[in-house]
Structures are given as structure tokens and as C-alpha cells.
Design a binder for this molecule. Sequence first.
Ligand SMILES: NC(=O)C1=CN([C@@H]2O[C@H](COP(=O)(O)OP(=O)(O)OC[C@H]3O[C@@H](n4cnc5c(N)ncnc54)[C@H](OP(=O)(O)O)[C@@H]3O)[C@@H](O)[C@H]2O)C=CC1
Ligand SMILES: CC(=O)N[C@@H](CCC(=O)OP(=O)(O)O)C(=O)O
Length: 343
Amino acid sequence: MNTVVIGSTGYGGVELIRLLENHPEARIGALVSSSQPREPLRAVYPHLSHMEETLEELDPDRLCEAGEVIFFATPPGVSSRWAPRFAERGKVCIDLSGDFRLTGEAYRRWYGREPAPGDWLERAVYGLSEWYAEQIRSASLISNPGCYPTASLLALIPLLRERAIDPDTIVIDAKSGVSGAGRGLKLNTLFCEVNENLRPYRVDAHQHTPEIERYASEAWGSPVRVTFIPHLVPMNRGILITLTARAAEGWTRRRLEEMYRGIYQAAPFVRIRPENDWPGTKQVQGSNYCDLAVHLDERTGRVIVMSVIDNLVKGAAGQAVQNLNLRMGWDETAGLEGLPLYP
Ligand SMILES: NC(=O)C1=CN([C@@H]2O[C@H](COP(=O)(O)OP(=O)(O)OC[C@H]3O[C@@H](n4cnc5c(N)ncnc54)[C@H](OP(=O)(O)O)[C@@H]3O)[C@@H](O)[C@H]2O)C=CC1
Ligand SMILES: CC(=O)N[C@@H](CCC(=O)OP(=O)(O)O)C(=O)O
């Protein structure tokens, strides 16, 4: 089955290409670039020198012939314009951007743009694979979660659904590698700004805060607010989030771990770490795993959960392929069996 990648020259796009090239069912039907010459992809990425595919323009008629599934690995404002047009022509769209993750009102406020026209915001299905698999299986437009929300919600949703924490006390400290910011030139991601540096950014102002709150609220059943503090770390890939919240009555560390193990028993990409075995980003690098570790600080009565992912895999392209697999009725792990890259 053929797929199209729009935004193929970015970090999310090229990671999708890596995964699709190793996929047993999916093929690449077309690669789209809005800015590069109509040359083979290797002109942009010499590590793909064996690939013959030439970069194409965004021509809907041609792309509808080229593939059944259209991936958008594009900045905000692109899929909101184009994905509905492909979905209306019967194509399955999988969007890696934030264009379909929020309500129209929240999107205007946090992304500063006009949301997609028509009813596509409501029709889009949130692509957090472990929690929305049933809806994903029949979706026309899958809105892949953000990288920080993926790591955060896989840790947080079980705590809320099982009433294990006080939802007014949630703090998420988050750290991301620089590839999370994409390949485009930006002052803040230049070598001398990032190297030997660790810094918070967009504190209390990050666009993933409303996304985490939206799906946390759904899990809890009424509005939940979180304190979300992202940091930029001088490494290429990886996200570590440390979530803390006050424990509800009656919870022990063992009970918390058993709860996570039960919930994610059938989830092939969520691994629960044993007691005092803290996860690091390198342990999931290049893979679609999310590793979770849970602790109960008995002195303060606070639950502590660590969650690590590779931002470009489970946080973007890997989860997009997992959603493709769910949507097509293939094995959920198809094309995603690769082990983490270590060291
Ligand atoms: N990096 C990450 O870890 C994650 C990223 N995301 C989201 O995925 C999306 C892609 O991110 P990422 O790959 O990192 O970003 P990049 O900046 O690396 O790549 C985005 C690509 O989109 C293309 N593009 C830019 N403008 C347009 C346009 N007007 N029309 C069509 N294509 C355009 C560009 O390619 P060209 O100029 O060749 O068209 C560019 O290479 C973003 O929305 C991002 O927020 C989500 C989760 C994690
Ligand atoms: C390190 C870094 O800069 N990460 C990006 C990740 C967010 C992203 O990819 O944007 P979407 O909202 O479109 O998902 C950021 O903090 O904005």
C-alpha cells in the first residue's frame, strides 16, 4: 500500500521515511517538498543515496493517485488547509502537527492561527495509540499527539482513570533533545546556544499544555490543569518527563506499579520498569518504546512517574506508523520492531 509524505525534508518526515522503508506492507508513493528543487531526496539527505524518489510539489490530483495514506510532517497551518481536502477524497490522513489536536478556540489562542474549516477538528481522532485505538481503526483523519503530550499522557492517564492522585497537584517537568524543534534554522537551536547548556523555555506558555489538559480532563471526567515546564537539553533525540502529584488515600508503590502493568499489559510499546530502575532516554533511542517508572515518596505522599520516549519515534513518526498499522488492520508493531540504538 502506497503512502505520501508531505514535509519529507524535515526531521519528522525523514524519520517517517526510515520507518516506511523498513515496513513490510507500506511503500513510499510520493515525497513532497514545498521548497526544494525537484531532485531525488538524496540531494537533501545524502545518507539516503540509494533512494530514487524525487521530491514533488503538493499537487492534490497527483498525490491522490500516488497513495492511499497521506502523512503530514509539516509546520502548523499546512495540514489544517490541506488534510480536509484529501480526507474528503477518501484518503486517510495522519497529521504529525498540532493542527487538529485542540478545539478551535484553544488552537487560536495557543497557536495564534485560524483552525481548519468545517467540522474536521471534531472529526479528527487523537492518535495516542494506546488509548484511542478503537477510534483510530476507523478514522479518516488521525491527529498524532505532540511529543511531550505522548510521554506525559502515557504516564498520567492511568493515574487519573484509577483515581490514584489529586488532579489539582500535577506538575510535569519535561526535557527534550534539540531535534524536537525541527530542522529549520532558529537562533535558539544553534550549536553555541544549546551546547553545554540546559534551560527552561515557554514556562506556563507552551502549546502542549492545553493538549495535555484536554486529554487528562477526558480521563478524569472534569477539567484538569497541569503545571508544565519544558527544558531544552543538549542532545539530539529523547524526552524525559518527570511527573509528580499528591497520591490519593490507600496507594502504595507496589499497587501503583501493578496498576500500570495491568493497564499496559497488551500494549507492545509501553514497558514498566521495576522498582528503583529509573529510565534514561538512551534506553529508548531509535525505538517506539515508552518506558515508565513509578515511585511513591512516602515522606511527602507524592507519586513520581518518569516517562522516556524518542521524540522522533514514539513522539512523532513511530506513533504515526503505529496508527497506520491500527488503521489498516495490520500488526500494531509492523515496521516498528527495531530495538533501541545503544550506546
Ligand atoms: N521534531 C519532533 O520531535 C516532533 C515534531 N512534531 C511536529 O511535526 C511537524 C514536523 O516537525 P519537524 O519535522 O520536526 O519539522 P521540520 O521543520 O524539521 O520539518 C518541517 C517540514 O515541513 C515542510 N514545510 C514547511 N513549510 C511548508 C509548507 N508551507 N507547505 C508544505 N510543507 C512545508 C518543510 O519542508 P520543505 O521546505 O521541503 O517543504 C520542512 O522540512 C511539526 O508540526 C512539529 O511540530 C511533532 C512531534 C515531534
Ligand atoms: C525542543 C522543542 O522545541 N520542541 C518543540 C516540540 C513541539 C512541537 O513539535 O510542536 P507541535 O506543537 O506542532 O507538536 C517545542 O517545544 O515547541
